[in-house]
Ligand binder design. Structure first.
Ligand code: NDP
Length: 235
């Protein structure tokens, strides 16, 4: 079987780095995208340990010009006929400490660009490089579920993840004719810089769960909102 090409955004730390580790272990060729490849020590160490199987490329998800540059560079590492079998839209941002009365337009804007517009526009830019029947995983959050909202929370995060959920459904529709499965995945509460020390899950458990779920989906599952165990979440 040909080696699958996978691309992970926000790959330098947290869940993104764990996706890279597990995909390498599974035998994939991995393109790890992050803002500052020169500073991505863990990724560069992994690249040394897996010669030719891990390429680290720059990506600022909040900047669409950076999406276009990544799309231009990808064929150099995939080969002219290479196509991505998996795209993990993992990068995300949570600006904590917001209060009603002092909400900041700049924080809302950055969150929207990164969490909602980012995965949508990057997937659009990379669509010609996606293989038919590829999987696209958009890292969402239960905090983006309108139906589950019980408190004020972190509006910039909640609103941008809710918008990302709509983007996931629209991408699923747009890519359906090529058999590409796009879904929103909640990783649960995982121990990363974003999740914090007190979180319930190790990144390894959350990521293994999401990859298992992705591997088991049929074309008819495209556009669903699922947690790391594969259970459906309300929008
Ligand atoms: P971290 O904060 O630990 O890591 C976030 C990653 O996203 C970093 O690699 C960061 O890069 C990258 N990133 C942020 N902004 C940009 C940008 N503009 N361009 C490129 N990369 C960017 O988060 P997690 O690993 O915990 O989260 C991963 C995903 O899972 C996110 O989408 C998050 O919303 C989601 N999630 C996480 C939960 C958890 O409990 N951990 C719960 C629910 C959802 P840099 O190092 O350059 O800042």
């Amino acid at each position: 079987m040909p080696v699958r090409h996978a691309l992970v955004t926000g790959a330098n730390r947290g869940l993104g780095l764990e996706f890279v580790r597990q995909l390498l272990t599974a035998g994939d060729h991995v393109v790890a995208a992050c803002r500052q490849p020169g500073r991505a020590t863990a990724l560069n160490t992994l690249a040394g340990e897996h010669p030719g199987r891990l390429h680290v490329l720059p990506l600022d998800l909040a900047n669409p010009k950076s999406h276009a540059e990544l799309a231009r560079e990808l064929p150099l590492v995939l080969g002219d006929d290479g196509r991505l079998g998996l795209l993990v839209n993992n990068a995300g941002v949570l600006h904590s400490g917001e209060r009603f009365g002092t909400l900041s337009p700049a924080i809302l804007d950055d969150s929207f660009r990164t969490n909602a517009a980012g995965p949508l526009l990057l997937t659009q830019a990379l669509a010609p490089l996606l293989a038919d029947e590829a999987r696209v995983i958009n890292l969402s959050s239960q905090l983006g579920s309108i139906a589950s909202t019980t408190r004020f929370g972190t509006p910039s995060y909640n609103i941008s993840k809710a918008a990302q959920n709509m983007a996931t459904v629209l991408l699923a529709r747009a890519l359906a004719e090529r058999g590409i499965v796009v879904f929103a995945a909640s990783p649960g509460w995982a121990r990363t810089d974003m999740g914090g020390e007190g979180a319930e899950l190790e990144p390894a458990e959350a990521v293994a769960g999401i990859l298992r779920v992705a591997g088991g989906l049929a074309a008819s599952d495209s556009g669903r909102f699922l947690d790391w165990k594969g259970d459906p979440l309300p929008w």
